[in-house]
Write a protein that binds this ligand. Structure first.
Ligand SMILES: NC(=O)c1ccc[n+]([C@@H]2O[C@H](COP(=O)([O-])OP(=O)(O)OC[C@H]3O[C@@H](n4cnc5c(N)ncnc54)[C@H](OP(=O)(O)O)[C@@H]3O)[C@@H](O)[C@H]2O)c1
Length: 315
């Protein structure tokens, strides 16, 4: 087979200022070439995450400064086009799942260190692999810090979202009994996973008490914020067994855990998660895909905050 030369430019999501989804555009940017220890990957799928919205609107401008034009995205899966020297077991043509911390994955190509790649297992789709990193590693680290024991009760808020839908299953797989807070439309899916669904809104605390019928709640994984850490404390959950991935003010106030993407961000965790999806232990839902050019529409949907699983861009 005669391989085609790479184009001199490729398409990538960019924005030039903080703002709403109108700031997005697709730019033609110069082609990359891999340095030693790196691979050039042609991206087949790239996930989107609420944290990118927070960065785009400027919420994290102090903690995680932006430079413009800014690229976007941490999750991706694709095919290695070429490699630099010293890339170990990776080679041209390999199908890979990867991650970047450089806001660059929503694009047709990326160069990354091969330590940020794993090989794609056959039963993990491009869309699943391409959206695994942020949600997967966050759910993994957030469940791990709770140290769940078989039979213990754990409550997960945002139980059907990108992080929550994985977290409830990881907690179940540790033998915990899981209460999942979600809209009624997601209750059947939660029941299928062996999770007891509870609707939020109204008196959520009482609804949880009714569901647990007097048994102690050992742990709480908050993926939504807006008062769930306070609720966990009201329900008698010890601080050491509460984890929030979004309410950092409550975490600072009460000293609860904030284990998430930073703690889980490595290839070993990615390999473990991809293996569980591959063998069917973990269901990873991709709700919808969008062409790269429809990045604005994809984030408009994400920003409604009712995604079940993941939304994925296809470059
Ligand atoms: N710290 C970290 O490392 C880290 C990493 C990843 C994500 N995050 C943050 O964690 C959060 C979750 O991320 P994600 O990707 O899972 O988001 P997502 O996919 O957008 O999840 C949205 C979920 O929130 C639920 N929800 C909406 N309104 C709610 C309410 N009033 N009360 C309770 N739940 C409500 C929705 O439930 P229904 O559809 O059932 O209504 C939906 O399941 C985001 O804020 C994100 O920025 C942090």
């Amino acid at each position: 087979m005669i391989s085609q030369p790479n184009p001199s430019t490729y398409k990538a999501v960019r924005y030039d200022q903080f703002g709403g989804t109108d700031v997005y555009y697709i730019a033609d940017v110069p082609m990359l070439s891999p340095e030693p220890g790196q691979a050039l990957v042609r991206i087949k799928a790239a996930g989107i995450n609420p944290g990118e919205t927070a960065i785009r609107i400027g919420t994290f401008a102090m903690q995680y400064p932006s430079t413009f034009p800014s690229g976007q995205g941490s999750d991706f899966a694709g095919i290695i086009e070429s490699v630099g020297t010293d890339v170990g077991q990776f080679a041209e043509g390999d199908e890979v799942i990867g991650f970047t911390n450089n806001r660059r994955s929503q694009a047709q190509y990326i160069t990354v260190d091969v330590s940020q790649l794993i090989h794609r297992p056959a039963n993990v789709s491009w869309e699943q692999g391409g959206s695994l990193f942020v949600a997967g590693t966050t759910a993994y680290a957030g469940v791990a810090v709770l140290n769940l024991q078989p039979g213990e009760l754990v409550v997960v808020s945002g139980a059907a979202g990108g992080v929550g839908s994985l977290a409830v299953q990881l907690a179940k797989n540790k033998g915990a009994e899981v209460i999942g807070l979600a809209s009624p439309a997601n209750h059947d899916w939660l029941r299928q996973k062996g999770v007891t669904p509870v609707a939020y809104g109204g008196n959520t605390g009482q609804a949880i008490r009714d569901a647990v019928r007097g048994r102690p709640i050992a742990a709480f994984f908050d993926t939504f914020g807006h008062g769930y850490v306070d609720l966990a404390l009201e329900l008698g959950v010890p601080k050491a067994r509460i984890n929030t991935i979004i309410d950092f003010a409550a975490a600072a106030k009460y000293g609860v855990n904030t284990a998430g993407n930073t703690e889980g961000a490595n290839a070993d965790v990615m390999r473990d998660l991809a293996g569980q999806i591959n063998d069917g232990t973990l269901e990873f839902i991709v709700e919808r895909t969008y062409p790269l050019a429809q990045v604005k529409a994809a984030y408009d949907e994400l920003d409604n905050r009712h995604t079940h699983g993941k939304l994925v861009l296809l470059p």
